[in-house]
Design a protein around this ligand. Structure first.
Ligand code: KDG
Length: 300
């Protein structure tokens, strides 16, 4: 297994495109979760990926696991909790207006993650472990489990990738600063928006690992390099950051230079924002190469 991710994957009920959540009649069932989005992105690009996390013993949980497995993601270590529900996310989608995201995840099975559930064998073969700031914000036990995961990843010699993924619905800024900012110092690669770095009061230049910064103008940069976002029509911006991380990390896993990693990250993000839903636009290798060739031909 080359990649391990751990986090909450939720059942997503996505309102028909453009219609405000409170008015929507038709909803599409799908999957949400920053870590599972990165998992799906990497799996479609041909990497072997394992997902660690918890779902409820309910139809939503069965559906989430089936969607992960449909992408070839290894879910053998997933825990099915008979005493808590699978998290649910309801949202609408729109290219420009703010997206209405409603969580039904308090007390979810995923939030009951405990350190003792994470074992060294879950890291077998892991070259990369991807973690986000969402998990430590789910509960105190999930915070401790995140610390344990980082220890296990380090002991396994895996590269640790971290994205704070700030969601203020999960807690106020001071709690993010207290719980999430210190974890960034334990990562080999950090993906963060400029606004997130500001909120966390983290100077990317002071991080020990590689800081990949997503700027407000939608460009991204690291190690003195800068990649503009590819100009594509946006249908739904949610999931762009995860898509970018998946594209970048795929390049890293293949030993590509950072310039290529940034370009592939931007291309995967450009494909994802053209589709409603976090994961529909995630390409396979052929789709990504085709998109890269088209962007190059267009002089991008
Ligand atoms: O990164 C996209 C996510 O916002 C979405 O899939 C859900 O992980 C999620 C969250 O907690 O908001």
């Amino acid at each position: 297994m080359s990649v391990v991710v751990c986090g909450e994957a939720m059942l997503l009920m996505l309102a028909e495109p453009g219609v405000p959540l409170e008015r929507a009649v038709a909803f599409r069932r799908s999957i949400a979760g920053a870590e599972s989005n990165v998992a799906a992105g990497l799996a479609r690009l041909g990497h072997q990926v394992r997902w660690l996390g918890r779902v409820g013993a309910d139809p939503a949980g069965a559906s989430v696991l089936a969607m992960l497995r449909a992408d070839g993601i290894d879910t053998r270590h997933a825990v099915v909790d008979p005493d808590a529900p699978t998290g649910l996310l309801l949202r609408d989608s729109h290219p420009s207006r703010a997206i209405d995201v409603q969580y039904y995840r308090a007390g979810s099975a995923a939030s009951r993650l405990v350190p003792g559930e994470l074992t060294p064998e879950m890291m077998d073969g892991a070259r990369l472990v991807h973690v986000t700031g969402i998990t430590p914000m789910l509960s105190d036990s999930a915070h401790l489990a995140t610390l344990r995961l980082l220890d296990l990843a380090k002991a396994a010699g895996a590269t640790i990738s971290f994205d704070p993924n700030i969601r203020l619905k999960l807690g106020p800024p001071d709690r993010w600063r207290e719980r999430v900012a210190p974890l960034m110092g334990r990562a080999d690669v950090v993906f963060a928006g400029a606004d997130e770095l500001e909120l966390l009061q983290v100077d990317p230049a002071g991080l020990p690992g590689l800081a990949v910064v997503k700027h407000r103008d939608k460009s991204a940069g690291c190690a003195g390099l800068r990649q503009e976002a590819f100009p594509v029509p946006v249908t739904d911006p949610v999931g762009a950051g995860d898509a970018f991380a998946a594209g970048f990390l795929s390049g890293m896993l293949r030993g590509m230079p950072y310039e290529t990693c940034l370009r592939e990250g931007a291309a995967v993000a450009a494909l994802v924002v053209q589709c409603a839903n976090d994961t529909d636009g995630l390409p396979d290798r052929v789709g990504l190469d085709r998109a890269l060739a088209a962007f190059t031909a267009a002089g991008e």
